[in-house]
Design a protein around this ligand. Structure first.
Ligand code: NIG
Ligand code: FE
Length: 411
């Protein structure tokens, strides 16, 4: 099956030689071709170029894209899409003055989601999560990472990971799975953190590895949750089973999580609402992608990740949603790139690089996703008629997508 898209106003994020990621000043460059064509064969990109160089070919389907922009689909490298129910009541509690921390201390927060998840059947959890997957695909996301971490018991963590696996099997979107080994201390281990870590390392992790239920390991490294020392213990255990770290760090406090991540070769360190100079230094000369989650800052009124400081230091940056019931009940990458431009002073080029190729790298998918490149997955979106790609972040909150293709098929 071949599909040809013709008369594309601008084909965005094209590359002839696939790159790993873009860093520093290079993030301001977004390679494009004006008046372009894109040829798809089955699930891959076969060819692209200027319309005047369009070869004479017969295709199964031709799509006219006059006035429209074509971009690779978003790569959302940090989500918690598999969850049960919602936390609307906590949203109201926060409006009425309680803080996110105060809600968590009262037994709300992650523990609230864990109780709901434990009480939800696997089939129901799948049904609730599948709706969200369908929703984010329509919003232009073509690859997504999903974490466990709302189970907090062996049974419930494995249930979450099995749901992630089933979603991957059922939907064309590429899904990477992360075992979020330590997200919060369950009530039954309230005064026994080391007991919980032992349970995770000796009882849950071996099954996760044996059943191939995860690609990555994650820890919420944060004051009141898990220390840098706890994080190190878990990453060491995870690495033994071949799980690369992707960790939650520097959301509310800076306690050395970035350094531990870099030490264990983390693929990414995520959140980074607070960044000290030593955190920036630790990331230099590493292969670890810093990941910002601006919708989380928006929803919780937290500081935004200092993107300028990170990019101006020559580092790369990826953008992701953090879609979860507590801190970011939204999986809209279009909103993420708008917010990155508006609140983090990223240019549209930097934001699009961060949400495509750098997001792909943060999931280990840079060879197959994140750009328009021959041989990569045919994951792309066609916008409505808009003046430029910069209009997407500029005209925030509006939907500019006309069609989404994942692995060559229209969603
Ligand atoms: O990434 N920070 C830790 N975990 C999630 C949110 C947890 C929750 O409130 O449910 C996050 O923001
Ligand atoms: Fe998160």
């Amino acid at each position: 099956m071949t599909t040809l898209i013709i008369n594309i106003k601008e084909l965005v994020q094209v590359e002839n030689v696939p790159k790993k990621m873009v860093c520093g000043t290079a993030m301001k460059v977004l390679p494009t071709i004006k008046n372009a064509f894109l040829l798809i064969e089955n699930d891959c990109i076969k060819d692209f170029g200027e319309m005047e160089n369009l070869p004479k070919i017969i295709t199964d389907k031709t799509i006219e894209a006059t006035g429209k922009i074509v971009l690779p689909t978003w790569c959302d490298s940090h989500t918690h899409i598999v969850f049960a129910g919602n936390r609307e009541q906590e949203f109201i509690d926060r409006i009425n003055g309680l803080s996110y921390e105060e809600i968590a201390l009262k037994g709300g927060g992650i523990l609230n989601s864990a109780i709901k998840l434990q009480q939800t059947s696997e089939a129901d959890l799948y049904r609730q999560s599948a709706k969200r997957i369908e929703e984010v695909m329509k919003l232009g996301t073509g690859a997504v990472e999903i974490k466990s971490g709302y189970g907090l018991t062996k049974e419930a963590e494995l249930k979450m990971l099995r749901v992630i696996k089933k979603l991957d099997e059922h939907y064309p979107i590429t899904i990477k799975s992360t075992f979020l080994a330590a997200h919060a201390l369950p009530t039954e281990f309230k005064n026994n953190k080391s007991g919980y870590l032992d349970e995770v390392i000796n009882e849950i992790l071996p099954v996760v590895a044996e059943e191939h239920l995860a690609d990555f390991i994650d820890v919420f490294c944060e004051t009141g949750y898990f220390s840098a020392e706890d994080t190190e213990k878990l990453l060491k255990a995870g690495t033994k089973y071949g799980l690369s770290p992707k960790i939650h760090v520097n959301q509310f406090t800076t306690i050395g999580g970035v350094q531990v991540g870099v030490k264990y070769g983390a693929l990414s360190v995520d959140h980074l609402e607070l960044m000290k100079d030593k955190d920036i230094e630790a990331l230099k000369n590493s292969n670890t992608m810093p990941v910002a989650l601006p919708s989380c800052s928006y929803f919780l009124s937290l500081p935004y990740t200092p993107a300028r400081k990170i990019i101006d230091a020559g580092l790369p940056l990826a953008l992701a949603t953090d879609y979860n019931p507590g801190s970011t009940p939204s999986g809209n990458m279009n909103f993420v790139i708008s917010t990155a431009c508006i609140k983090m002073k990223m240019t549209p080029e930097e934001a699009i690089n961060a949400a495509t190729i750098n997001g792909a790298y943060a999931m280990g998918l840079e060879k197959t996703h994140g750009s328009i490149c021959k041989g990569k997955k045919a994951n792309f979106m066609i916008t409505k008629e808009i003046p430029s790609y910069g209009f997407i972040p500029y005209s925030f909150g509006n939907s500019h997508i006309d069609k989404v293709f994942i692995e060559g098929k229209e969603i």
